[in-house]
Design a protein around this ligand. Structure first.
Ligand SMILES: NC(=O)c1ccc[n+]([C@@H]2O[C@H](COP(=O)([O-])OP(=O)(O)OC[C@H]3O[C@@H](n4cnc5c(N)ncnc54)[C@H](OP(=O)(O)O)[C@@H]3O)[C@@H](O)[C@H]2O)c1
Length: 281
């Protein structure tokens, strides 16, 4: 029997345990530039989920043709506002805006998506006490929710983006707590099969529909599918779910796997940012 790692159910169960100061809840601002359909949908899901757990949220919807200078000014203003605990810039941004420059402008204490180099740097130094990158943290929490044994496992991550693959490799290779041996694969990887087939845990963050087939995985592997690609009217993952499920011991569905856990991690970061800011006032 293959265990279905149901991120929707896990995030709902975990959300009910969140501790929020209802008199003075955290306040998160989502910066949305333009009208990218997926971004509109992701931001509205994030806002709705915040409301469900009584976290205050505001959407700062800016025009597609906003200049970099104007956007930086907007972020500087939000950084200075005492009533704002978290700032999240929804990606992707229009081509004229330099993503690194925009992300670096966010106050690291309010960086609830955890994409600021300071926060990623802390993680690289092994410090997990601060904000954690949402998708990697959500994946970790999902595996913990299902009580999967992660200690000293052989993990293969396909995809090295700064949002998913790289920070996930840092999180899972933490000394003492997880101690996984992580292999990070990408387009330059020579023999992908030789790496994926060794993995106790295979994580696909590629962005290519059903890229991982059953031939890629070891019998009994845990398979985490991060990919979300819109194909016609449905969302498709990076894993060929039907064939891989026959061989895996546990697998995430798409949708309803990693996605809801990413949003759960955002809630956790928002609460943490709020508490850590209050503690330093
Ligand atoms: N569920 C969620 O909450 C969530 C969150 C974030 C992202 N996503 C989804 O996850 C997917 C990946 O997102 P991302 O932002 O990490 O993507 P990305 O920045 O486009 O990175 C894709 C990675 O896949 C690698 N890759 C592409 N083709 C490959 C191949 N044939 N063999 C080996 N590696 C290959 C690329 O290698 P190179 O570096 O060599 O180019 C790159 O490192 C997307 O579908 C995205 O929508 C989901």
């Amino acid at each position: 029997m293959t265990l279905l790692l149901d991120g929707k159910a896990a995030s709902q169960a975990l959300r009910s345990k969140l501790s929020i100061d209802l008199k003075k809840p955290p306040h998160v601002v989502f910066i949305l530039v333009g009208n990218h359909p997926s971004s509109l949908s992701y931001v509205s899901i994030k806002k709705r989920t915040c409301e469900e757990v009584s976290i205050r949220s505001t959407i700062c919807h800016l025009a597609e043709d906003i200049s970099e200078k104007q956007l930086l000014m907007e972020i500087t203003h939000l950084n200075s506002r005492d009533d704002v605990d978290g700032i999240l810039v929804q990606l992707p941004l229009p081509q004229n805006l330099r993503v690194e420059k925009i992300l670096e402008a966010i106050d690291p204490k309010k960086d609830v998506d955890c994409l600021h180099p300071y926060n990623l740097g802390r993680l690289a130094f092994g410090d997990t006490s601060g904000l954690l990158p949402c998708t990697p943290y959500g994946i970790l929490e999902l595996m913990r929710f299902y009580d999967l044994d992660l200690m000293q496992k052989e993990v293969c991550i396909v995809g090295r983006s700064s949002i998913v693959g790289r920070p996930l490799s840092l999180l899972l290779s933490q000394k003492s707590t997880i101690d996984a041996t992580v292999t990070l694969c990408h387009q330059g990887t020579k023999d992908l099969f030789s790496h994926t087939k060794r993995a106790d845990i295979l994580i696909a963050a590629v962005g290519r529909c059903e890229f991982i087939k059953k031939e890629h995985i070891k019998e009994g592997a845990i398979v985490i599918d991060v990919g979300i690609t819109r194909q016609n009217d449905r969302l498709v993952g990076d894993v060929d779910f039907v064939s891989v499920k026959q061989k895996a011991s546990a697998i995430t569905p798409v949708p309803g796997g990693v996605g809801p856990m990413t949003v759960y991690a955002l809630l956790q970061n928002s609460i943490k940012a709020h508490k850590q800011r209050k503690a330093t006032v």
